[in-house]
Design a protein around this ligand. Structure first.
Ligand code: UDX
Length: 436
């Protein structure tokens, strides 16, 4: 089966490479000629573990190709995926669908065989209907069906998530759509991945509901962590204690500096907009968005407290370890590190930082921060060290060296990667999340 993937960003590229690995014949299409040239040379536009090897082996096997030519790329494809960006629209938080609709128009103008058009991009309820209208208006004589097939890929674990999904959701309105999608995902049925067929609007909503629920879970445990600090309880144990209840589940209960990334912040906002449009308020999600936003700045204040408070902090130096919104990615989108660095800079604190992958992306977002070659260079002369992202590289710091280099042995661990007693026994002042 031939599959065309329009949009060779994060989702398109990972999905395209995985479909090729399952034996399909895949063409990834992108408007950006330099991106396509680089991909042809085996250079990835993003950092994702395992992606370069997966692309290389499938290109070699002749199952994966790249092009800027949409008309050529979609020729003979039974399934044409739309995997372009849907960023938050400036000003109102609505998802910006201009890229999706532009691609739909181009597909309509160039369709040269019967095909199923699949929205993989995260799109608000009703987008599939509009894509269908656009295709119908194009006057194409070929049979088409518009299907919704949201992705649930975590950055840094995207290939594993694609190949062994908890579920595949397919929103289709006719048998043509359902039959083609069954073929597309046949290799995964063999892995016994459950597949859920729904209506198109339902499938579109499932994606937002899933992300909003996960964001809620994180925000809930973050507020519990604050309460733990006040009452002298331990949030790690609270997570374990509630997570062992199967109705709650153990995952996404790790308290931290607030969620960031390319999905949760944007998708929760877009869901609020949909709810507003349909006059059906989602007040829990509203609260989650507010609480998470204020949490990021509160984390900056937590570091200021470790420096002795706002007044004492002026002129002091902080080492930030980790800048990306989570490990194993170079993605800085809505990373808590941005708000933390801003809060510290506003208070006159000097910042040195190290991140294994994210410094190039981070520098323009925090121009005053000095980027360092390694954690120890950042720590040199620091009055406090803050772990912002839980990269493996920070899980076994050489504390003797840290103590020697730092001006003061003060560690603020915003990801709870160390045990308080262990670090304090080494002579550090240690603060973390939801533990005393
Ligand atoms: C998420 C969803 O998991 C994925 O299904 C969806 O398709 C895209 O959005 P991603 O943004 O890559 O994936 O990262 P994820 O691992 O879900 O983490 C999101 C944020 O939540 C990160 O900032 C992370 O640090 C934070 N988080 C996650 C917590 O603070 N605690 C947790 O327990 C889990």
């Amino acid at each position: 089966m031939k599959i065309a993937m329009v949009g060779s960003g994060y989702v398109g590229l990972v999905s395209g490479a995985c479909f090729a690995d399952f034996g399909h014949d895949v063409v990834c299409i992108d408007k950006d000629p330099s991106k396509i040239e680089k991909l042809k040379d085996g250079i990835m536009p993003i950092y994702e573990p395992g992606l370069d090897a997966l692309v290389e082996s499938n290109v070699k096997a002749g199952r994966l190709d790249f092009t800027t030519d949409l008309a050529q790329g979609i020729k003979d494809a039974s399934a044409i995926f739309i995997a372009v960006g849907t960023p938050s629209r400036r000003g109102d938080g609505h998802a910006d669908l201009s890229f999706v609709y532009a691609v739909a128009e181009e597909i309509g103008a160039n369709l040269s065989n019967d095909a199923v058009i699949v929205t993989k991009s995260t799109v608000p309820v009703g987008t599939g209907d509009e894509v269908e209208r656009i295709l119908a208006k194009s006057g194409t004589s070929h049979r088409f069906s518009v299907v919704s097939n949201p992705e649930f890929l975590r950055e840094g674990a995207a290939i594993g998530d694609f190949k062994r999904p908890d579920r595949i959701v397919i929103g289709a309105e006719d048998d043509f759509g359902r039959d083609v999608m069954r073929e597309v995902y046949r290799p995964l049925f063999l892995n016994e991945s459950p597949i859920l067929f729904t209506g198109r609007r339902t499938s579109e909503l499932i994606k937002y509901a899933a992300n909003a629920f996960l964001a809620t879970k994180i925000t809930f445990i973050n507020e519990m962590a604050d309460l733990c600090e006040k009452v002298g309880a331990d949030v790690q144990d609270v997570s374990r204690g509630i997570g062992m209840d199967n109705r709650i589940g153990a995952k996404f209960l790790h308290a931290g500096p607030g969620y960031g990334g390319s999905c949760f912040p944007k998708d929760t906002l877009a869901l609020l907009k949909t709810a507003e449009d349909y006059d059906s308020p989602t007040r829990i999600v509203e609260a989650v968005v507010k609480v998470n936003d204020s949490r990021k700045r509160a984390m900056g204040r937590k570091v200021l407290d470790a420096l002795g408070g706002m007044d004492a902090a002026r002129g002091k130096k902080v080492a930030l370890l980790g800048l990306t919104f989570k490990p194993n990615t170079d993605d800085m989108r809505d990373s808590p590190a941005i708000a933390i660095a801003q809060t510290l800079s506003d208070a006159g604190v000097e910042i040195a930082a190290y991140d294994p992958e994210g410094m190039e992306q981070a520098q323009p977002l925090m121009p005053k921060v000095k980027m360092c070659e390694n954690p120890y260079e950042a720590i040199e002369g620091a009055d406090a060290i803050a772990i912002v992202t839980e990269w493996d590289a920070f899980r076994a710091l050489d504390f003797a060296r840290v103590k020697e280099l730092a001006k003061a042995p003060v560690l603020v661990d915003l990801r709870n990667i160390y045990q308080p007693d262990d670090v304090r026994a080494l002579g550090f002042t240690y603060d973390s999340i939801g533990r005393s």
